[in-house]
Design a protein around this ligand. Structure first.
Ligand SMILES: NC(=O)c1ccc[n+]([C@@H]2O[C@H](COP(=O)([O-])OP(=O)(O)OC[C@H]3O[C@@H](n4cnc5c(N)ncnc54)[C@H](OP(=O)(O)O)[C@@H]3O)[C@@H](O)[C@H]2O)c1
Length: 272
């Protein structure tokens, strides 16, 4: 029997990459909100986080696996995930939540690892922490928290925006003091596919295994994209180096599923 997977936010960048990765192997369903190009696709259901009842979607699909890759109003996200916890407690079903390295954005002196205490200064980071904490109160085997850093890749919104700025010779913001890890859509999809195949649960830090200064990474990426002479706008948020990085220690993935920031740069194609 094929596992039934429901991706919440399957019309988005990460959700849709996941849909494409998984649909040939699993009975995969997804939700869309404003992107009506999915309306004719029988595997897709319309879902408005502020108006619709998530239980109705869950009853229709009856998934074995839910992947949450949503954006939208924060209060509505908390409400929807509260309902997801109720569903999990009553059904044989697992939830994977796309969280973020921002759950650690209040710590600046070190990179963070899976079991470190979360603390955030941003409302985005605090939303992620709130949903993570709900998940941690569930039976362990029912949930996985996937903490993801900035996602790059040829079709990523970040790289598309970078190309637009380069083309129009507009300034590109870099953070010289910020030390990060990064990932791309291809590696992230392989990693999530592996975790589902292995029925894994727990906390995973799905970023490059090494660290880089944001400014250096963006400069190298621009070099890779072509012969540009970019205008860089250096943004200093602190005087000292600051880390925004979630590294794996406890839950390491097999070697072929790890990636370095240089491999991520090399994976980008030159702009025509
Ligand atoms: N991209 C990154 O670098 C990154 C890094 C770390 C974590 N994450 C997390 O990964 C998740 C997905 O991010 P993404 O970059 O793929 O975002 P995205 O491309 O903006 O996709 C967001 C998804 O949520 C749906 N959505 C938005 N508003 C909604 C609403 N009111 N009701 C129902 N659905 C709604 C969108 O549907 P429509 O497109 O149809 O409107 C889309 O399917 C987010 O939780 C984000 O925090 C992303």
């Amino acid at each position: 029997m094929k596992k039934k997977i429901l991706i919440l936010g399957a019309s988005g960048f990460i959700g849709n990459s996941l849909y494409k990765e998984l649909c040939n192997y699993f009975d995969t369903y997804g939700t869309y909100y404003s992107n009506k190009s999915f309306a004719e696709n029988k595997q897709f259901l319309s879902y408005d986080i502020e108006e619709d009842d998530i239980f109705q979607i869950l009853e229709k699909v009856r998934p074995d696996f839910i992947i949450s890759a949503l954006r939208g109003d924060f209060t509505a996200q908390v409400q929807a995930h509260t309902h997801l916890m109720e569903y999990l407690s009553k059904h044989n079903c697992k939830l994977y939540f796309i969280s973020s390295a921002n759950v650690f954005d209040a710590y600046s002196k070190f990179p963070s690892y899976e079991t470190d205490k979360t603390l955030s200064e941003s409302i985005y980071g605090r939303l992620k922490i709130r949903i993570e904490n709900m998940m941690m109160r569930m039976p362990k085997s029912k949930t996985a928290i996937l903490r993801v850093p900035m996602v790059f890749g040829n079709t990523s919104p970040r790289v598309k925006e970078l190309k637009t700025l380069l083309d129009s010779n507009e300034p590109i913001e870099v953070f010289p003091n910020l030390i990060i890890n990064v990932t791309n859509d291809d590696k992230l999809m392989q990693q999530v596919h592996y975790l589902i195949n292995q029925d894994k649960y727990g906390i995973y830090h799905l970023g490059s295994t090494d660290l880089v200064h944001h400014e250096d990474f963006i400069k190298e990426l621009i070099k890779r994209l072509g012969n540009f002479h970019p205008l860089l706008k250096k943004v200093y948020t602190t005087n000292e180096d600051r880390y925004l990085a979630a590294l794996p220690k406890k839950n390491k993935l097999p070697k072929n599923l790890r990636i370095t920031f240089q491999e991520i740069i090399d994976h980008h194609l030159m702009v025509d």
